[in-house]
Design a protein around this ligand. Structure first.
Ligand SMILES: Cc1cc2nc3c(=O)[nH]c(=O)nc-3n(C[C@H](O)[C@H](O)[C@H](O)COP(=O)(O)OP(=O)(O)OC[C@H]3O[C@@H](n4cnc5c(N)ncnc54)[C@H](O)[C@@H]3O)c2cc1C
Length: 597
């Protein structure tokens, strides 16, 4: 299966004929060849696509939902970058320090340095691309306060920042004519049998059920997070962690999988929207948290920063209040912004106003909200090189929420949107450069046939396991056993349950035709979700301390011995772990780090 450069690229812009579902046992596949394959069309994937294309690489973007629907579109509060428009004292140096300190020193210092420096230019670039930011009275990009950022740093478009970011990047991608294929779900990565370089991926065209073989000189994974392995989450339905599963199965190293961010404020009712995010911008704009006794309880936990403390601190404080019986009627705590007045709220938080009115029949300009922690973000993920975003597999890059190293043990609000721009661009640049320097890697046809058998197996299964039920059981298990506060007994119980579910998953059954078959695509996602959960639980068991988002009731203190990153990798078919010390920043950067008292 050797091929010449981009010889097999089809004209993806040619009018497509409506196709019917393929037969359930059809093993044939169409082939697509490109220089750089980008899996995922959120902010990271789109920014990577722009860069890769501009560097002259034949770039192809695939995503499993529709273009413009990626999880990034849900981002609300803003993009963190030290422009210093509102607080002139702000600088990349302070942003660097805030990110290192609030990440509890687990971040890779070089990744944070690049991030803090380059975030500024990425925001101005987004503006040049056409993003319409909120303005200061002087006409500069406006910046709002957010938890644990020393200065007002979040550039925003009301509370619809992600929507504007995606719209802007998507316009750029479409204007450049970068080909994309949406509603295509990739299931596995292939490596060149001789060189070990990433060589391709198998995909399913969800619209028809047809199989696709992608071959590329370099691959960028930008598939986002895995919040959907939890029952209560702010994440979109597509955040099932497929990219982490694919990379792990291809031999890439994962890092810090135990670090899951619980956002302090998610909606708690009605049940259908439980976990839906209540943006930190509500607290940034002056929202106050109180318990059932009317006490502004953050004064006990962080009297200096109050509601704008770090996310892990606020989430644990809310959890403590609820567990101590001082929760709200609905089982959360109260969040009130009504004192800011209707005009201000509707201007600065229009989505929050609409969200509570539509779903909970609450007018937040008059009444309090009830909120509780919700799973929001994964700090861990694919281990990458700081300069290039290349994973431990040659030719395989990762950017955005799927990658690790920036946020350490706790992500600061707003740092993800700048992360996806900074490292999306870097991944696109490095992948394009490396793609032009190599011949098209080979894909082993036996590996392809093996993957096709695996992918089609739910149709021929003699079992009757329902993927929707298994997904629900995975999510409730993680919520019950791998929550905000963990301990060895619960974690072990969680692992036993994962093993039980893995046995059940052997009988996963897909029913119906191949086109738009969710029982099929969910069956495949379930297998990776089980892998990810196992990695999360084993890492959580391994880290015998409390640090940032990882709180162990049986090891309540932070322990300098655990200033290490936990690496998870597949060796001889087994999941193994090792620890590596977090590298120490050079003197000139160490001097910038200001510990918070
Ligand atoms: C409600 C909410 C509000 C948020 N607000 C903010 C904020 O204000 N500021 C901030 O900094 N962060 C915020 N975040 C976090 C931030 O939005 C995300 O971390 C970020 O957008 C992730 O971007 P990404 O490009 O890495 O991935 P995503 O946007 O998740 O995109 C992933 C892409 O991968 C595709 N994909 C996944 N699996 C496959 C597969 N198997 N095959 C093919 N394609 C696949 C998906 O279809 C999608 O196109 C918020 C998150 C939520 C949930």
């Amino acid at each position: 299966m050797n091929g010449s450069m981009a010889s097999g690229v089809l004209d993806l812009w040619a009018p497509q004929q409506e196709k019917e579902s393929v037969e359930v046992n059809d093993r044939s596949y169409d082939e697509r060849v490109c220089d750089v394959l980008i899996i995922g069309a959120g902010g990271a994937g789109l920014r990577a696509a722009i860069e890769s294309h501009d560097r002259g690489a034949k770039t192809l973007v695939v995503c499993k939902s529709l273009l413009g629907k990626a999880h990034t579109v849900m981002a609300e509060g803003g993009i963190a970058a030290a422009l210093g428009n509102v607080d002139p004292k702000d600088s990349w140096e302070v942003h660097f320090s805030d990110t290192i300190v609030e990440g509890q020193h687990l971040s890779n210092w070089r990744i944070v340095e690049i991030f803090a420096k380059e975030a500024i230019e990425r925001v101005y670039e987004l503006e040049r691309y056409g993003a319409v930011f909120d303005r200061t009275p002087a006409g500069k990009i406006s910046q709002r306060p957010f938890g644990a950022h020393t200065y007002r740093r979040l550039c925003n478009i009301g509370d619809r920042t992600g929507l504007e970011l995606i719209r802007t990047l998507q316009d750029q991608v479409v204007a450049r004519g970068v080909p994309f294929m949406d509603e295509v779900m990739t299931t596995c990565l292939f490596r060149d049998p001789k060189t070990g370089r990433a060589a391709g991926a198998l995909g399913i065209d969800i619209k028809t059920g047809k199989l696709l073989l992608f071959r590329a000189r370099a691959i960028i994974i930008a598939t986002g997070g895995s919040g959907r392995v939890y029952q209560v989450t702010s994440n979109s339905y597509e955040s099932t962690g497929d990219g982490i599963g694919m990379a792990y199965r291809a031999g890439a190293e994962l890092m810090d999988m135990e670090m899951i961010q619980f956002h302090p404020t998610g909606m708690i009712y009605p049940p259908g929207v439980r976990g839906m995010l209540v943006t930190e911008a509500v607290r940034g704009e002056g929202g106050i948290l109180t318990n059932s006794e009317g006490e502004r309880f953050m004064s006990k936990y962080d009297p200096k920063r109050m509601e704008l403390s770090a996310r892990d601190v606020v989430a644990r404080s809310i959890y403590t209040e609820i567990m101590a019986g001082r929760g709200s009627k609905g089982g959360g705590v109260y969040l009130d912004i009504s004192h800011k007045g209707a005009d201000h709220i509707k201007k600065k938080l229009p989505s929050m106003y609409d969200q509570f009115l539509a779903f909970a029949d609450i007018d937040i300009t008059k009444d309090k909200m009830e909120v509780a922690p919700t799973v929001h973000y994964q700090m861990g993920g694919i281990r990458v090189d700081p300069e290039t975003a290349e994973s431990s597999v040659k030719g395989l890059y990762a950017a955005g929420e799927v990658a690790s190293g920036l946020h350490g043990a706790n992500r600061l609000g707003g740092n993800s949107l700048s992360d996806i721009l900074v490292f999306g661009k870097r991944a696109g640049d490095a992948a394009a450069k490396s793609a032009t320097a190599v011949d098209l890697p080979s894909v082993d046809s036996k590996e392809v046939e093996k993957e096709i058998s695996r992918v089609l197996s739910p149709f021929s299964s003699t079992g009757s396991a329902n993927p929707f039920h298994i997904k629900e059981e995975i999510a409730s298990n993680m919520w019950a056993h791998v929550g905000i506060v963990r301990n060895a007994v619960d974690l072990e119980a969680g692992l036993v349950e994962i093993e039980r579910l893995r046995k059940d998953a052997k009988g996963l059954k897909a029913v119906g035709p191949r086109a738009y078959n969710q029982s099929w695509t969910d069956s495949l996602q379930v297998l990776d979700m089980l892998l990810i959960c196992e990695a999360m639980i084993r890492s959580a068991l391994e880290r015998k301390e409390s640090r940032g988002a990882h709180t162990r009731s049986d090891f309540p203190a932070k322990d300098p011995k655990w200033l290490v990153n936990i690496i998870t990798v597949q060796e001889d078919g087994k999941m193994v772990r090792r620890t590596v010390p977090v590298s120490t920043p050079p003197q000139e950067l160490q001097r910038l780090i200001k510990e918070d008292d």
